[in-house]
Ligand binder design. Sequence first.
Ligand SMILES: [Zn+2]
Length: 283
Amino acid sequence: MVCECTTEPAGKVIGRRTGRDFHLQRCIVCGFLFVNDPCTDQGGAQAAAGTVLDGDDNSEEFVGEAPEREATIRHYEWRGVERVARHFLPDGGKWIDYGCGSGGLVRFAKAKGRFQVMGYDVGAGADRAHANGLPILCKAELEQHAGTFDFATSINVLERHADPVSELIRIRALLKPGGVLFFLTSNTAGAPETLNEWSVLCPDIHVSYFNYVSIKIALARGRFEQEYPRWLPGLSDIVRHKALRYLGIRKRSFLEKAIPIRPIARLLAKRGHWVDYTVAIAC
Ligand SMILES: [Zn+2]
């Protein structure tokens, strides 16, 4: 919930991963859309669907050797987010990837060497990344770093939580005043009338869906002020990743690179409202 006002039923949808029916509920004031009867065991839901919890979709991410990781289109998203970080922190700084999954973005940004980057998540992916030597913090370590980060990322994470405001409050506590949160999450402005046809909808694992009003309220409750930059360096790569996913392409290849993806991605991003809100400043 975001504003705690009255909600009404918003229809029934089928979870593509579990085949189960889910009932959606919408706030009549802010339009926040949420799954009323989520899978209580998200790990179990994902295991049933043949995936493991890691970001929005683990199918592109490998925990194997570097060349395999480089081969997936997720590389574009990481490159884009690192570019965004450089925009806000041209001289480097301390960066937390909150909800880092198995740490792909942390690994990428660390290799670039510009930032003191760390990750936080719970689950097998994060444990494995930590065991492999990535700077993935546990909850107790995270608290020791409260108020010290210049930059935080939340990449396709808020939708995983039934109480996204609490997540924002936790992220805010990690940032310095004036610190920047860069986030990617859903926007129901890009949804078709029939929600079942919305490619973004994944009620099996994603339980919270925002719009312009509800994200603003959620950020304000987390003590963030929203910013609306016209465009950011790095967003091209981020929408490229999303567009390739939308087109069902998961691997980087000569063929994939031959697609004139830039205009297609811009068009799809505009139509789907993919990156209309991405930045908030810690008050
Ligand atoms: Zn509301």
